[in-house]
Each structure stands twice: as C-alpha cells, then as structure tokens.
Write a protein that binds this ligand. Structure first.
Ligand SMILES: *[C@@H]1O[C@H](CO)[C@@H](O)[C@H](O)[C@H]1NC(C)=O
Ligand SMILES: *[C@@H]1O[C@H](CO)[C@@H](O)[C@H](O)[C@H]1NC(C)=O
Ligand SMILES: *[C@@H]1O[C@H](CO)[C@@H](O)[C@H](O)[C@H]1NC(C)=O
Length: 437
C-alpha cells in the first residue's frame, strides 16, 4: 500500500502535459480499500451487521496517456510475507475502467477515493440451460468513488484463478484460489458508472442524471431500471427492456437508441420539482450481471430577500418594525442575523439580539417563506446607522445582505425639485453634445 502512495506522490510532483505523441502506457493504480462482509455469515437468516476489513485493490496495467511524470511509476509488487492480506488484482484489459486517470489524480489532489469490495452473486440467467447454480465464491463487486463528487464506479470482478488447472492455493479467509504471490487475481467484467453522483438543481429544470456502463464484448439483453428512493418509500421512474423505454414519471426520458449502442443509460427528468428529489438508483442488467449506481438529487432554491421599509428617517421617536422577508427558498434551514453598524466608525458591526421570527410558511411548489423582524426607534443619535439583515443558506456561496441606513429628514421638498432640474439640464447638455459632434 505504501509503495503505491509513494508512486502517487512522484506522479503528483511532476505533472507535465507535454507528450506530443500522446502514446499510452500501462500504470498500476493501488487503492486502499475495505472488504465488506456480513458479520454473522450467511447461515442464520437475517444478518444486519457488516464487518469491514482492510484490503487493497490494484488496477493492473491501466492504459494512460504517457507523461514524463510517469517515469517514477513502478509496478505494484505484492508483499509475500503478509499471509492474511487481502489484495485484489484487477485486470482491466477487456473492460476499460472509466476515468482511471481521474481516480489516480484524485489521490494526488488529496481527495479520498472510497473503495469497497464484497462478494458478488451472479444472477441466474433465465432459460432452461442455466439450472446449475453459478459458483458464487468466484465473483466480487467493488465500488470506487471519489469523495466529494467526481466519478463513481461499480465494478463486477471475476476470479481468474478458477480457470487454471491444478490445485491452486486458497485464501485463508475467503477460501478462494490465490496466485503464487497470495493475491486474488480477478478481471473486470462489467462496470456501471456515473459522473454525477450528487446533483443540486433549482426547480423547473431538466435534470440529466448520468449512468453509463461497460462490459465484456457481446453484452446482450440489456435492461435498465431507474428508481427513486425518498424518505422510506420508493417508486420506479423509468424502465428500459427489449429495446423499449417506458416512463413511469411523466416527462422522464432516456435516449433509448444509445442504451445498447453507446452503453449509455442516462436519464433526464424534466421540470424537476421538490417531490422529485431523493436518491436515484440506476440498475443495469445484462446476462447474469446486475449492478447499480446511486445518485443524490437535491433541490436548491436561494431565498429572495426583501427588507421593508428600505429607508428610515429619524425624527419620530416611535419604534418602527423592520422586516426581512425570505421567500421561495429550499431546503428549509436558513440562518438570519441582524447587524448594526455605527456611522463612519471602524468598529466591528454588532449582532442584534432582540430578533423575532414568523413561523415558516410553505408555498405550493414546496419552497418556504419566513420573516424575521426587529424594532428600531430612529432617534437622533442613530443618524447614519446601518441595519443589515444577513441571510445564510445552503444554496448560497456567500450570505445575502439587505441594508437600510437611518437618514436625516429632508429639510423641504425643494431639494428634490432642484435635483430633478439639475439632472434634466445634464441630460439636455449631453443630448446637445451628441448632436453637435
Ligand atoms: C499492459 O498493457 C499493454 C497494452 O495496453 C500491453 O501491451 C502490455 O503487454 C501489458 N503489460 C502487462 C505487464 O500485462
Ligand atoms: C426540458 O426539455 C423539454 C423537452 O423534453 C423542452 O421542451 C424544454 O424546453 C426543456 N426545458 C428547459 C428548462 O430546458
Ligand atoms: C411567500 O412570499 C412571496 C413573496 O413575498 C409571496 O408572493 C407568497 O405568497 C408567500 N407565500 C406564502 C405561503 O406566504
């Protein structure tokens, strides 16, 4: 594992993009992984707990664009001394690993690659020929995901050692055949992957959910099912089988012609609403393979912030209610702060504590409104004081601020008239200048 990390450091330190030939070379990608299994074994009916043991996943000889920085890259060498180790070697020559380069780069950029391997149960193929149960222990499934977004890949792996003759050694824990160096040699057979594992969308958009797959040549009988899971209930959104697409949600569509020609099962949900949000599961089946990707799709609507009144004139000592209305936001959590800034002072703004709130109200489209208010008495020494309503919400990269400043009363109406006359003069002068030039 440590060797792999060193290689990655070398790779990071010298990233240069300069090979004119664009030639390819094979690279071993070494990932820290967990082997996940049911704790109670499979004997006693229901088991609800899982054990996670450290494992290593080595993607062997992944084809990449050559680069001078790959010079320092050494091939992975298994450590023969550790008997208990779980090292899965994956040959990726027949089935390409999508975005292997971004998986390698993610490690470089300090992003974690979440990796899990578990046993896989090949689905029994329909038909009279396939009554014999498939040999279960010879298949694994792994899930690779770049933490914080990026690519997510589910990979079905077949143990290669079973195909060799003779009596191979068995792995101590898993009981599956191992290579002479103690590793579990597998080949990638089927991948389902997405570039959009989490999506944030405003309401009313057409949301495109990426789901693609790759498999051994001659993949046939492809079926796709898209389901939505939300707060304990699930429903089907779209179904593809026998080259036909059936939408269960109105306005959900898939480019049916691309499914088997491009291995693309991407779904678009049009006019996305609050009730469409949740976990989307894209399940692709073909032959005995059956693998899925999950995508989190969440609605994000920024609050529209309005401060009333928007000017305040000192003079009448009656307390005035200043309201800050936040409308049409989603999800529900929103933070409001009222700040007071004295005029011209270099002092920090103070946060007001006597702040009131209405309860939130829900609009027909599922978005929320809330109102926050304060009472201020615009007495003379408040002249020039600025009050700010500062709103923080998950949809905003920085808070929205709405401010009002306490003004001196207008001495009379004449200033306004003068102002208008002056601007009219400027306008006429400008018009003349343009006509003369
Ligand atoms: C790695 O893959 C390349 C083709 O991409 C092949 O020519 C080469 O022999 C492979 N190396 C090993 C060690 O399997
Ligand atoms: C969404 O897609 C439909 C076609 O399915 C199209 O008519 C509509 O204009 C699209 N809406 C947006 C907001 O892109
Ligand atoms: C939310 O605020 C908007 C804008 O002020 C308003 O049009 C709408 O009626 C409000 N909705 C509710 C449920 O009060």
């Amino acid at each position: 594992m440590k060797t792999g990390f060193l290689c990655l450091l070398l790779f990071c330190s010298g990233l240069v993009d300069g090979n004119p030939l664009n030639s390819k070379r094979g690279v071993d990608i070494v990932l820290d992984c967990f082997y996940v299994s049911e704790a109670g074994g499979r004997l006693g009916g229901f088991t609800s707990s899982f054990t996670r043991e450290p494992a290593t996943l080595v993607l062997r000889n992944v084809s990449m664009t050559d680069d001078p920085s790959l010079e320092g890259f050494t091939d992975y060498k298994p450590n023969l001394e550790e008997e208990e180790q779980m090292v899965f070697e994956v040959l990726v020559s027949t089935v390409e690993i999508p975005e292997a380069e971004s998986i390698l780069h993610a490690d470089c950029n300090g992003q974690e690659v979440i990796c899990e391997v578990s046993q896989y149960f090949l689905q029994k193929e329909e038909g009279p020929e396939s009554d014999a149960p498939p040999s279960q222990a010879n298949w694994f499934i792994s899930s690779l995901q770049i933490a914080g977004g990026g690519i997510s890949v589910t990979m079905v792996m077949k143990n290669m050692a079973t195909e060799s003759s003779g009596t191979p050694q068995k792995h101590k824990k898993l009981g599956v055949p191992i290579t002479n160096s103690g590793t579990i040699l597998t080949s990638a057979e089927f991948n389902v992957y997405t570039h959009t594992p989490s999506i944030f969308t405003p309401l009313g958009r057409n949301v495109t959910m990426d789901c693609k797959f790759t498999g051994v040549p001659g993949l046939s009988g492809v079926a796709v099912e898209w389901r939505l899971q939300h707060q304990g209930s699930g429903r089907r959104i779209f179904q593809y089988r026998d080259a036909q697409g059936i939408p269960d949600r109105l306005g959900a569509w898939m480019d049916v012609d691309s499914v088997e020609s491009q291995w693309d099962a991407t779904l678009t949900v049009s006019d996305f609403q609050v009730q469409d949000e949740g976990t989307y599961i894209c399940t692709v089946s073909s032959g005995g393979f059956h693998a899925q990707q999950t995508l989190q799709v969440m609605v994000m609507e920024s609050p529209r912030v309005k401060l009333t009144p928007n000017t305040l004139v000192w003079g009448n000592n009656l307390p005035t209610k200043v309201t800050c209305e936040m409308a049409h936001y989603y999800p529900l959590d929103v933070t409001v702060e009222w700040l007071l800034e004295a005029p011209g002072a270099n002092s920090e703004p103070t946060t007001l504590s006597n702040v009131y709130f209405s309860s939130h109200r829900q609009n027909k489209d599922g978005t929320f409104n809330i109102t926050s208010y304060i009472w201020i008495s615009p007495v003379a020494d408040h002249l020039g004081t600025t009050y700010t309503c500062q709103v923080t919400h998950a949809s905003l990269s920085k808070p929205i601020r709405a401010s009002l400043t306490v003004k001196a009363p207008e001495p009379s109406g004449s200033w306004m008239i003068w102002g208008i006359s002056l601007s009219t003069c400027i306008f006429i002068a400008a018009a003349f200048t343009m006509m003369c030039s």
